[in-house]
Design a protein around this ligand. Sequence first.
Ligand SMILES: [Cu+2]
Length: 257
Amino acid sequence: MKRRFTLPALTVAATAAALTVGVSPASAHGYISNPPSRQAQCAGGAVSGCGDIVYEPQSVEAPKGSMQCNGGGSRFAVLNDNNKGWRATSVGQSVTFNWVLTARHSTSTWEYFIGNTQLASFNDGGAQPGATKSHTVSMRGFTGRQTVLARWNVADTAMAFYACVDVNIGGGTTTPPTTPPTTPPTNPPTTPPTNPPTTPPTTPPTNPPASGTWRAGVAYQPGNVVTYNGRSYTCRQAHTSLTGWEPPNVPALWAAN
Ligand SMILES: [Cu+2]
């Protein structure tokens, strides 16, 4: 899984260069695209009424140390609203979180929490990530609907990037002896109807055609083929397209055919 997203150094350099031109620095950072984070759901149109986050899901940047989905900053408070209708992705006992990074900030750690419990921490020791990053994290000890808070701690600034991902852990599988077999008491969303995204990667409403003209706001999947300015490109990683992320600008996401 991890391997699939490893990209040649050359591509990464090209991406950074392209983004300098195509996207303003203020909007060039990163977010979890899959399973779709709250900001990804806003950007993809799965959840509406999100405000400005739809234009820059990668910009949830705030000082380190917050436990809030928006990082406790002044922007994007909508991400903290648990009643917003976020879709929970059905997952097993471990989840691979995939980041799309539009700026390769040198990194201290990547952290994952449910509530106040730290699920995992990955120490990059100040290294620069590639254009994408993925971590597989155990959900051990948790079942049902949960919100995972991810923090990308930048090494050389006081800032971090935040992403909340709603998941439904262990859909039908198991339950420890602590749970009574008959009723699933406090976990309403264990019933299928509330979990539309049973398909693996990104889910949003806009399913891209097998081929067609590239558009913003579409949840593209690996293998999707689009045309842009008369050229054909194949999607390399699941992501929701954004203005500024046209295929020639982001070779990490699109391979020219
Ligand atoms: Cu940045």
